[in-house]
Ligand binder design. Structure first.
Ligand SMILES: [Zn+2]
Length: 277
């Protein structure tokens, strides 16, 4: 078995969760599913059932997607400069595309699921490219290419990054939102960790693994923002309320101020990775 990220052959068994076998590369430390090839029939993997929960949660809450999109767009523009165009890969129902367009940007989306693309069109009036990123042809170059919890679902990360490079404008930004395998959240939740999401998540990265991969690939500047185990979020989750006060604190500058020290010991499930071409 050869590592799909670095090509090394020192790949060892990592663990088995719900009968899915995970392997780990000794060199680059990436953890990946043993049976990716057997699972790549994504049409079958991402049928209506897969999206049912997602539809229920997100279709009712465009505002929450819009808030997230705004937060990260501001963040990216603060650190890397003006963004005028976006390509969202794994666009789902196109809510990020819709949000970016609402902010006045040029935005397009790529989505493999036919079901999802039809919901985007019928429910939200957003036309997405239905297919894989490798088949997406465009004369446009994009200032930002985003993978909001989709990069870990893709069977060929290197091939994906090659295509991303081709589509990014000069000094363009790649934004990945991913589970963080070395988070405290994972160690607390063990095999029940949400980030495993097997068999849908093919690859599992730590901040170090993804940073090395992107640097080796030629990205000049890689910035990683880890989420932390936020007690406010736990309160919010438990109460299921849309408490405006809590939401405001959640997206406040104070949170940014405590984020870095907090993530040293209390890293949460996800990380956001920003890489400049
Ligand atoms: Zn490797």
């Amino acid at each position: 078995m050869i590592c799909k990220i670095c090509g090394d052959n020192r790949v060892t068994d990592f663990k088995v969760i719900n009968n899915f076998k995970l392997l780990k590369c000794k060199k680059c430390k990436v953890v990946f599913l043993a049976e990716i090839e057997e699972l790549v029939n994504a049409d079958k993997l991402y049928d209506e059932d897969y999206f049912e929960n997602y539809l229920y949660e997100s279709s009712v809450d465009y505002n929450s997607v819009r808030t997230t999109a705004k937060y990260y767009l501001d963040y990216i523009q603060f650190y890397f400069g003006q963004i005028n165009s976006v390509l969202d890969v794994g666009a789902g129902f196109g809510l990020f595309v819709k949000a970016f367009r609402d902010f006045g940007l040029k935005a397009e989306g790529v989505e493999i699921s036919r079901f999802s693309v039809s919901v985007a069109k019928e429910k939200f009036g957003i036309t997405l490219f239905n297919g894989e990123l490798k088949d997406f042809i465009s004369n446009e170059k994009y200032d930002l290419i985003s993978f909001y919890h989709s990069f870990e679902h893709l069977p060929n990360p290197i091939q994906t990054l090659e295509k991303v490079s081709e589509l990014l404008s000069e000094k363009g930004i790649l934004w990945l939102s991913l589970p963080n395998i070395s988070s405290l959240d994972r160690f607390i939740n063990k095999d029940n960790w949400n980030g495993w999401s097997l068999p849908f998540h093919f690859f599992h990265y730590s901040p170090r693994t993804i940073k090395t991969l992107l640097k080796d690939f030629g990205f000049t500047h890689v910035k990683i923002q880890k989420s932390f185990l936020n007690p406010l979020r736990l309160i919010k989750r438990q109460n299921q309320t849309n408490n405006i006060f809590i939401t405001k604190i959640y997206f406040s500058p104070y949170k940014e101020f405590i984020r870095k020290p907090a993530t040293i010991f209390l890293s949460g499930q996800n990380m956001n990775v920003f890489a400049q071409k």
